[in-house]
Design a protein around this ligand. Structure first.
Ligand SMILES: Nc1ncnc2c1ncn2[C@@H]1O[C@H](COP(=O)(O)OP(=O)(O)OP(=O)(O)O)[C@@H](O)[C@H]1O
Ligand SMILES: [Mg+2]
Length: 580
């Protein structure tokens, strides 16, 4: 969380939040109507004490004693309506705002560039989606309810007090600036603590998420103690932050009440001087007691309000992040698949070291290019620039002679299929995993054909529910080779003119190796293919082999040419494939 944002004005944040309420103004006003009803009943109740005492108990007037119970029942009946309207309508508004905000957050997650995900922990993001937005719900419902309902009630009660004695009421009003000052001070502290709590909630979910994902590594490498220690610290930190908030909360309310009580004492003192009648004093006292109650609620919601503002800041900060740059407007019908890198340089971060240096490369349509090189040489990075997961710092990349930055992102990416180093599957059916995203409209027959071509149909048909089998989160219910074949089927179905293939380094048994090999051959036919290859068979078949080292292209040519040259490739080949 940026420091500047923490200091932005809470009012501005709240105003922005209220903009989300605009579509639900009708419910909002109904809620306020309910609050007005509620406030009126409170004042009316205090008001009724005076005739009850003066005319009922002192003068013993029988008619008064008859109608007053009826009026009391009436007052509380109206109060039910008011209370229900305000609670339900506010909840309606709040839940609607939450839904809208969550949707915006979700959409924003889909629009953010890859580089954002490189540097953010998913736990922190999840905590934003879940915890921060929920805090907002409280801020926008309970706070508004209390703020408006109790303020209105206080105003109604004050008016009634004024009616009895202007002087007494002025005393009460005189303490207001003192109270206000205190509230402002406490607010600042609340907000600071709330920011810390949010961060700490994010840490709690990050660590928890990590151990869920890494549960096998933890078991094998005996990481339990380490994880527990790490978690204890974070968990305790979280507790400390909450307790600090509790201290502020627990101290501020009684102090504020103490100040109100002083005003109260003063008033009782003056009430005798002013010689109020019993009934008047009774009404006055009732109103005062009610007023204390509402004032108390007003002070306790401050914590919620500040928490809500802190959460809103965190949410808005996220919503204001720049999405992927997509200002090209050219559309390509179907690319031929000519790819050109011209003097491309790239670093992941502005201050970080340059990962790609002066990359020049021309790939003809339909060519099959293999990238080889040591781990960390920059192969994955180089191909990631083509679908614009990242943009080069200088130089240009062209597809069919168009600078890829001039193409609309969606259009550019529609020409590229990708099978990445780490296969990602969705927790959905096999059919949906193959026909994912824009491919959703594919027919069942198309999906089957793609699965067959990828040699995936063999194992799919053996599964209990075939194509409709759910694969589990990230495909945990499948083997590595099976997952890969699904990813290949997905790419086959997309049938894009350009294919990027980041071969997994993991060794497969010869049987799946053979399957995958022929699946890949299917896939690479008739399209421009960029393969990051680890398997000799893939490399040997490539039209061109690009050898990379330390972010540079050091050699290029066919297998035979490069071997004959006796340079980097020959050395690499000797090292990696002698035993094959
Ligand atoms: N998201 C990232 N942010 C910052 N640096 C990165 C990122 N991804 C990779 N790097 C760095 O860029 C360099 C090249 O990485 P890259 O993944 O392109 O290598 P590679 O040739 O694909 O290696 P491998 O064969 O192991 O997959 C490495 O030094 C790596 O540390
Ligand atoms: Mg790689």
């Amino acid at each position: 969380m940026s420091e500047s944002l923490q200091n932005t004005d809470g009012v501005a944040v709240y105003r922005r939040l209220l903009r989300y309420v605009r579509p639900y103004l009708k419910a909002f006003f109904l809620a306020i109507l309910g609050m007005i009803l509620f406030a009126t009943t409170e004042a009316a109740f205090a008001r009724i004490i005076q005739p009850l005492f003066d005319d009922g108990f002192v003068k013993k007037d029988p008619t008064v004693l008859q109608w007053i119970p009826l009026v009391i029942v009436g007052i509380f009946a109206v109060r039910i309506v008011g209370s229900f309207l305000s609670d339900y309508c506010m909840a309606f508004v709040a839940r609607s705002v939450i839904r809208d905000l969550r949707k915006q957050l979700f959409t924003q997650l889909l629009r953010l560039p890859v580089s954002f995900y490189d540097t953010s922990s998913s736990g922190v993001l999840l905590s934003k989606m879940v915890y921060d937005v929920e805090q907002l719900a409280e801020a926008s419902s309970s706070v508004i309810t209390v703020l408006i309902r109790d303020s209105l009630t206080i105003i109604a009660l004050l008016m009634m007090l004024m009616y009895y004695s202007v002087w007494l009421t002025l005393i009460l009003i005189a303490v207001t600036p003192v109270l206000a000052g205190l509230v402002v001070y406490v607010s600042k502290r609340f907000r600071k603590l709330s920011h810390r709590i949010q961060k700490s909630m994010g840490n709690v979910s990050t660590v928890s998420e990590e151990i869920i994902e890494a549960n096998r590594e933890i078991k094998i490498f005996g990481g339990q103690d380490y994880e527990i220690r790490q978690f204890d610290e974070i968990n305790n930190h979280n507790r400390r932050q909450f307790l600090r908030l509790a201290v502020t909360n627990a101290l501020s309310s009684p102090v504020i009440q103490f100040i109100v009580a002083i005003a109260f004492a003063l008033m009782i003192f003056f009430a005798f001087r002013l010689e109020l009648k019993v009934g008047e004093f009774g009404s006055y006292l009732t109103a005062m007691l009610l007023l204390m109650q509402h004032a108390k609620r007003l002070t306790t919601i401050n914590a919620t309000l500040q928490r809500g503002i802190a959460a809103a800041q965190s949410v808005f900060d996220f919503l204001d992040r720049d999405p992927e740059i997509d200002d090209g407007n050219k559309l390509l019908d179907r690319a031929r698949g000519e790819i050109k890198y011209r003097q491309v340089n790239f670093a992941y971060t502005p201050q970080g070291e340059e990962i790609l240096h002066d990359i020049n490369l021309l790939i003809e349509p339909g060519q099959n290019v293999a990238f080889v090189g040591r781990s960390g040489a920059g192969k994955t990075t180089l191909v990631s620039l083509l679908p614009r997961f990242y943009d080069p710092d200088s130089g240009q990349i062209q597809l069919d002679g168009h600078d890829i930055r001039e193409l609309r992102l969606e259009s550019l990416r529609s020409h590229i299929a990708l099978v990445s180093q780490h296969v990602t599957l969705f927790n959905d059916t096999i059919a949906h995993n193959i026909a994912y995203g824009a491919l959703e409209s594919a027919t069942e027959e198309d999906v089957r054909r793609a699965a067959k071509a990828a040699h995936a149909l063999e194992f799919i048909e053996k599964l209990p529910e075939g194509m409709q089998t759910i694969v589990g989160e990230n495909g945990v219910l499948l083997s590595g080779g099976q997952r890969q074949r699904l990813a290949i089927a997905r790419a086959i179905l997309k049938d894009a003119p350009v294919l990027i293939l980041d071969e997994a380094t993991s060794a497969l048994d010869t049987e799946s190796e053979r399957f995958i090999q022929s699946a890949l051959e299917q896939l690479m036919q008739d399209r421009t293919t960029l393969v990051i290859a680890h398997r000799l068979s893939t490399i040997e078949q490539a039209d061109v082999i690009v050898v990379m080292d330390h972010g540079r292209i050091v050699e290029m040519g066919s297998h035979a040419e490069l071997l004959a040259k006796g340079g980097n490739y020959a050395a690499l080949h000797r090292m990696q494939f002698t035993e094959v």
